[in-house]
Design a protein around this ligand. Structure first.
Ligand SMILES: C[S@@+](CC[C@H](N)C(=O)[O-])C[C@H]1O[C@@H](n2cnc3c(N)ncnc32)[C@H](O)[C@@H]1O
Length: 313
């Protein structure tokens, strides 16, 4: 099992997923609220309520920073299997609660070990389920431990069964492969309803072709629009007046509209980085300079100064 999780221990994971740290409070809010999972959270959860929220797959803690601004009364717990990401979160937010887990250990056992509430009101996991060797068992555990609500962001397909074999559906991150499992939407909803029979399920689906980008090695049908692949926010509401109701709505994740001062500052920084890359190129072996819009972080990322060999590896 661990081979599929080893790459999260790479130092570059903590750097790659710390992009939102560059955003000031206003722009962090704009970034986070462009995503369907956060929109679902804001639509359904009272910001003045005092609740316990567990984030599974918290990486370097930027959702914690968002939450502090919007949900000041929330008690937050962040859990991740990545040592470098948890270390970075603790370094930035010493007052926060960030703990490290083991992929093979149950989440309940990890919470118990750290003396944290085993049944937080809300469990949130963004972009974590698709990287599990057993994504539905993982989702079931999130639903079991949540007292009231689970909100996740994952990847789905409207047509065709889930490919469960990570050898056939995976993603190359830093120096290794991890599962990239695209769940059949109906199978996902059925699994959620089976775990919480009286719950209400809400799906916000943002269609996008998933094959062909971000070093994904996935079945061929995920490269075609007719498969209906999507970045999907799923809410499972155990306390509801609409028990058994399933809502599926198509809503695109929105690219954030950053403030002008941030856009200008960011453009200047990118130009400066590009200049530095050109200088390195003059001085040494050939380098790849790429600007890429990252939908997952909503930030422009510069793949800076990697040699051609490293980029191809
Ligand atoms: C794609 S990143 C998403 C990070 C963050 N949620 C975000 O959206 O920016 C997935 C994160 O989940 C963590 N992760 C993967 N499997 C996990 C598991 N079984 N339990 C806890 N964290 C896990 C990884 O270490 C990584 O930090």
């Amino acid at each position: 099992m661990s081979q599929w999780y080893d790459d999260w221990q790479h130092q570059r994971h903590a750097e790659a997923f710390d992009g939102r740290w560059q955003l000031d409070r206003r722009n962090l809010i704009r970034n986070q609220e462009g995503f369907n999972d956060v929109r679902l959270l804001n639509e359904r959860i009272d910001q003045d309520r005092s609740l316990q929220l567990l984030e599974v797959g918290c990486a370097t803690g930027e959702f914690y920073r968002y939450l502090r601004s919007r949900y000041p009364y929330t008690r937050y717990y962040g859990l991740d299997v990545s040592g470098p990401a948890i270390a970075r979160a603790k370094q930035k937010y010493a007052e926060g609660t960030f703990i490290m887990g083991e992929p093979a250990a149950s989440i309940s056992a990890t919470l118990r070990l750290h003396g944290l509430p085993e049944h937080p009101h809300l469990v949130y996991a963004k972009d974590v389920i698709q990287h599990q060797t057993e994504p539905l068992a993982f989702l079931s555990e999130l639903i079991r431990i949540a007292e009231e609500t689970v909100i996740v962001r994952c990847r789905t397909r409207d047509v065709g069964h889930t490919e469960w074999d990570p050898e056939r559906s995976c993603q190359y991150h830093y120096e290794g492969w991890m599962p990239f499992i695209v769940l059949n939407l109906q199978e996902l909803i059925d699994a959620a309803m089976a775990e919480a029979l009286r719950a209400e399920v809400v799906v916000y689906r943002s269609h996008i072709v998933l094959g062909g980008t971000h070093n994904r090695f996935v079945p061929k049908e995920l490269f075609v629009a007719s498969t209906g692949t999507a970045e999907t926010a799923l809410g499972v509401f155990k306390r509801t007046a609409h028990s058994g109701r399933v809502t599926i709505a198509d809503r695109l994740d929105q690219n954030p509209r950053y403030t002008w001062d941030y856009v200008l500052k960011h453009a200047a920084r990118q130009a400066w980085d590009a200049l530095r890359v050109c200088r390195v190129r003059d001085a040494g072996p050939p380098v790849v300079a790429q600007f890429q819009w990252s939908r997952s972080s909503g930030l422009m990322q510069h793949d800076q100064g990697r040699s051609v060999e490293e980029a191809r590896s």
